[in-house]
Design a protein around this ligand. Sequence first.
Ligand code: HSE
Length: 420
Amino acid sequence: MGTVGTGVAKILLQTEGRHPLLNTLEIMKVGVRQIKPRSVSLPDDLYTTDLDSIIADPNIDIIIEVIGGLEPARTLILQAIENGKHIVTANKAVISRYGEEIYEAATTAGVYVMIEAAVGGGIPIIAPLKQALSVNRIQAVMGIINGTTNYILTRMQNEGGDFEEILTDAQALGYAEADPTADVDGLDAADKIAILAALAFGGRVNREDIYCEGIRKISAADISYAEKLGFVIKLLAIAKVPSQPTDTISIQARVHPTLVPTDHPLASVNDVNNAVLIEGDPIGQVMLYGPGAGEGPTASAIVSDLMAIAASPTGNRKINPLLGCTHTHTLSIVPNTEVVTRLYVRLLVKDTSGVIGKLGTCFGKHDVSLESIVQIGIQDGIVELVVVTHEVPESAFQAALTEIRQFPEVNEIPSLLHVL
Ligand code: HSE
């Protein structure tokens, strides 16, 4: 009965104007850390601090897990499945790390594990990927799937402030957690893209294989230079199949700050909003946009899962294949160094003749084709240069950069970012 649980209770206690199937659902027990007055009116005897008594109760069919964190959530989910209960969870961390174990147990027990609330808050993204969009061959699923970082980056963009200062303010206003690590270091987005990639590409994904870089290093200067070049900086989570066919079926799955062209649909997703862009054959591009967190939106996703279970065959291990897990193998993920991508690098170099030529020659030697080199400013004989590449293998770019770092003219390379 935290934020999300309260939202779920509010929907279930007031079903008027909502789908009539909600009337078939009854709140049997509510697990809490502490018995205390709550903002929703439920009979006092529904509350218990004994979570084991909930998962052991033979009258309970569905368990909603909104505890968060890895333990005891994982153990409780597994025990509940063993007891024949369906699970509805918002726990991206548990599903992205222990999905294989949990779904295998669920398949054996003939129960559903539903995760609409784990990604994108109120945005329906899991059901579309499992159902309507799954008739397509998916080429890419990418998006802004962390509201905290999108809020911080939007404010940095609008106000010209630096990361630390806006983070502190966001914490004071309740938009960022006291411990912001999972959000600002990209871990939450990586959990979510692991889940989306598994659904989009029909295989299990090892969470550890996902390259993950957060937004701590993004400076006001980069945001301003990106703007001058026609980009906004967003924390993107990207999963896609390589555009060039390869011998083995490998996907890219990564989270990093990215320069997004201002005319791209994801560029205008601001504040705490989330959006997921899916590219498939033959559908083309579909973008789902909306509130990525919060009591009402996340509760909406949870209750939609409850309703899907209520509408599906249960018992005798009968499972609706559109709701169950169909993955049988693990997808291979392309190492980040082998990813072919556009890159942005900012360099501080001495203002000597021939320095731009020297940089261009070095990139050329490593087959790194450049889209632009822009001289942004000059101060005390030091020139600030921004280089944007065409699509290049990241390894070739890094090899060029290793050489460039040794140039006596190069003072500093303050930032290196991906470009969409
Ligand atoms: N912490 C997440 C975010 C919300 O900032 O988007 C829950 O997934």
